[in-house]
Every structure is written in structure tokens, then in C-alpha cells.
Design a binder for this molecule. Structure first.
Ligand SMILES: NC(=O)c1ccc[n+]([C@@H]2O[C@H](COP(=O)([O-])OP(=O)(O)OC[C@H]3O[C@@H](n4cnc5c(N)ncnc54)[C@H](OP(=O)(O)O)[C@@H]3O)[C@@H](O)[C@H]2O)c1
Length: 355
């Protein structure tokens, strides 16, 4: 049976870091020639090729090319990190269904969702919950009210119908410099660092929201564990029971702001280590250069989710709140080294903020 692995969005922050992790840290279980990276542009392809793996320049909106690539490269596992748009995501599931029909053997789809599907602000109705609760049933009941929920449900149902095993990975706020070859920057913290440098001061959200976070190396380790279990033929929760919330630790945004102010001050990038408060979400949105609804998500405390599944398959995050706060200068260093994220996700956020 084929065990070739296709990583979509491999020029991106998460996808690129997953590719690097799979090659470096899976105890020889994965060979270089099994890993295939899908990227969007020629520049990304040239950069990712440095990993010494096969790289496909593939427009994921072209269903015919997607299906041909999955069949031609005998892919049995897709790790998808490129988009949450069902018109991009579902053809990949269809292609895995076809691959199963044509070549036999099991096929697996590991999909990347987002925590905002579970925020009260976006209409999540049940407050705190456990990942072993019927998360799928709740998402399905209100699927049409938020794109991320709609896509989660569509992925699971579509995969079931095609006989493809699905996993939904839900990253929280991801931080740390990525280990991929193209975009190495995440979204939220780099924007916060940049905004603080240009305002010459650190502004905080007065409600001091609590959010969940995960270092990129711990997140990629979670994807790696799912893949390892698949390759060993071990059954782990999947489909309707397969929600893997990557929540390594909580943090209060106020304490992040305090540590960031000291780090920026120590570098002489701002002159005052005292923090200030944003007056309202609109002021925060303007300062961060992102749309107000995006800030609204940061303004509120995140959901209380008890995530047992990742730990049940052996996930042991190495980063906790203390380590993150102590090393918050890493976030500044990454922005100083790299400037702006090389990602159309960030560009589209910035564009919609300009009106
Ligand atoms: N970073 C976080 O903190 C975080 C947290 C939770 C969830 N997520 C989700 O995780 C996913 C990956 O995030 P990320 O931070 O890694 O973003 P990213 O750096 O922008 O990576 C996404 C990659 O997918 C590529 N892509 C998008 N649409 C494509 C298409 N139609 N065809 C081919 N390639 C396409 C992008 O190429 P271009 O750059 O050329 O567009 C980019 O290289 C996103 O869905 C994001 O919403 C991220």
C-alpha cells in the first residue's frame, strides 16, 4: 500500500513547518521520497525544494489537477493547511476517495481548522466542552452560521461518504518562528509586534482576555503523531470523534503585552516599557491594521475546551506559558529578521482592513 504524504500549503507557516518536522523528527519512520509538498507559486517551489523533497506547484482550485496529482503520486495521506474554503478542501477528499477506489488501501485526510469556530462570538452555543463531547453534532446543527464550522462538517461527512478517514486539527494561537522554507511567520503575534514597534508603545486589551496558544514546534509534533499512528496501522479517533484541539497552554494577553513591552524596550525599539490600553476594538483594529471582526476575536477570552485526544495519542507539548513569556523576545527577533509574513492570508487581512 502507498504511504505517500501530500502536504498542501507547504510554502506556508504551518505547512512548511510540518514538512520540516516530518523529515527531521519521526524516528526514520518517514522517508524523504514519501513526502510531497504542494505550493502555489514558482518562488515557493524553489524555496521548498531545498528540503530535497518532491515539490508540486499546484493550484488547489483546479480540481482536475488536484485529482491527477493525488493519483499520479499515489498519495494516501493528505495534510491540508492551505485554505478553509470548501471548494478547495473537498476536491482533495474526493481525490483520496478515488485513490482508494483505484489503488486500494486506506486513505487519510488531516485537515487544519481554526479555534474561532468554537468562540461564543461566532455563535458557538455550548460554552465550555470536552473534545470527547459530541462536537460534530453541535457543529452540524449550526454549520451554516460560520464558514469554519461548515467546512469541518463538510470534511467529515464527505470523507465518510468516500471511505476516507478524516482528522480535524484545530490550532489555537500559533507562535514561534516556523521551520519551513518560505513563510516562517504566523499571523497574530507578528502583527502585534509590528504594530507596537510602529506605535512606539505596547497597547493592551483592557479586558485582559485569556487565549490558548501553541508553539509551532508543538503543533507540528501533533500532526507528526497522527501521521505516525496512521503509518503504524494504529487506529486513533477519527471522523466525528477526530477533533484534535492543539491547546498547549493558556495565557492572558495582558501579560503577553507586559513582557513584549520589556523586550521591545530592552532592544531600544520603544522607549517606555509601560503599557497602555486600546480604547475600543476599532482603535485596536486600526493599530494592528486588521479588520475589526478579527480583533473582536482577540478582545474576548477564548473558549474553555478540555482537549484529551492529543494527549491520548502521545502529545506532550514542550512549550508552556512560562517558557513562552520568558522567550517572548523570540517573537520580536523573528519580526526583525523577517519583516512581514510572506503569506496571502496576512495580505488579505491587511487589504480588508484598508476597506
Ligand atoms: N497561524 C495561525 O496562528 C493559525 C491558527 C489557527 C488556524 N490557522 C489556519 O491554518 C491554515 C494555515 O495557516 P498558516 O498560518 O500556515 O498560513 P499561510 O502561511 O498563509 O499558509 C497557507 C499556504 O497555503 C497556500 N494556499 C492558499 N490557497 C491556496 C490555493 N488555492 N492553492 C495553492 N496554495 C494555496 C498559501 O499560498 P499563498 O501565500 O501564495 O497564498 C500559503 O502558502 C490557515 O487555514 C489558517 O487559517 C492558522
Amino acid at each position: 500500500m502507498s504511504s505517500n504524504i501530500l502536504i498542501t500549503g507547504a510554502g506556508g507557516y504551518i505547512g512548511g513547518s510540518i514538512a520540516a518536522h516530518l523529515l527531521a523528527k519521526t524516528n526514520g519512520l518517514i522517508q524523504k521520497d514519501q513526502v510531497i509538498a504542494a505550493v502555489r507559486s514558482k518562488e515557493q517551489a524553489d524555496a521548498v525544494s531545498k528540503l530535497g523533497i518532491r515539490v508540486l506547484q499546484l493550484d488547489l482550485s483546479n480540481e482536475k489537477d488536484v485529482t491527477e496529482s493525488v493519483l499520479h503520486h499515489n498519495i494516501s495521506i493528505v495534510i491540508h493547511t492551505a485554505s478553509v474554503d470548501p471548494s478547495i478542501v473537498l476536491p482533495l477528499v474526493n481525490a483520496l476517495g478515488k485513490q482508494k477506489q483505484v489503488n486500494g488501501g486506506e486513505t487519510h485526510f488531516i485537515y487544519t481548522s481554526g479555534l474561532s469556530a468554537f468562540y461564543e462570538k461566532t455563535g458557538w452555543p455550548v460554552g465550555s466542552f470536552k473534545d470527547t463531547d459530541p462536537v460534530f453534532d453541535t457543529e452540524k446543527r449550526i454549520a451554516d452560521s460560520f464558514l469554519l464550522r461548515k467546512t469541518d462538517v463538510a470534511v467529515i461527512e464527505h470523507a465518510e461518504a468516500q471511505g476516507v478517514t478524516s482528522f480535524i486539527v484545530v490550532p489555537s494561537l500559533v507562535y514561534g518562528k516556523g521551520s519551513g522554507e518560505w513563510n516562517k511567520l504566523s499571523v497574530v503575534l507578528p502583527l502585534y509586534v509590528k504594530a507596537s514597534i510602529s506605535a512606539k508603545a505596547v497597547y493592551k486589551f483592557p479586558e485582559n482576555p485569556r487565549v490558548s496558544g501553541v508553539h509551532i514546534s508543538d503543533l507540528t509534533a501533533l500532526y507528526g503523531l497522527i501521521v505516525e499512528h496512521i503509518l503504524r496501522g494504529e487506529t486513533v479517533p477519527s471522523g466525528r470523534e477526530g477533533y484534535y484541539f492543539a491547546l498547549a497552554h493558556d495565557m492572558f494577553l495582558g501579560e503577553v503585552g507586559d513582557h513584549l513591552a520589556r523586550a521591545l524596550c530592552d532592544r531600544g525599539l520603544i522607549s517606555d516599557s509601560k503599557t497602555h490600553n486600546y480604547s475600543d476594538p476599532e482603535a485596536a483594529a486600526e493599530s494592528l491594521g486588521v479588520p475589526a471582526p478579527f480583533v473582536q476575536m482577540l478582545w474576548d477570552s477564548g473558549p474553555d475546551i478540555i482537549a484529551e485526544l492529543p494527549h491520548s495519542i502521545g502529545w506532550k507539548p514542550e512549550w508552556n506559558k512560562e517558557r513562552f513569556l520568558q522567550d517572548v523576545d523570540d517573537e520580536v527577533q523573528a519580526v526583525v529578521d523577517l519583516g512581514k509574513a510572506k503569506s496571502s492570508l496576512v495580505d488579505s487581512l491587511l487589504k480588508s482592513a484598508m476597506g
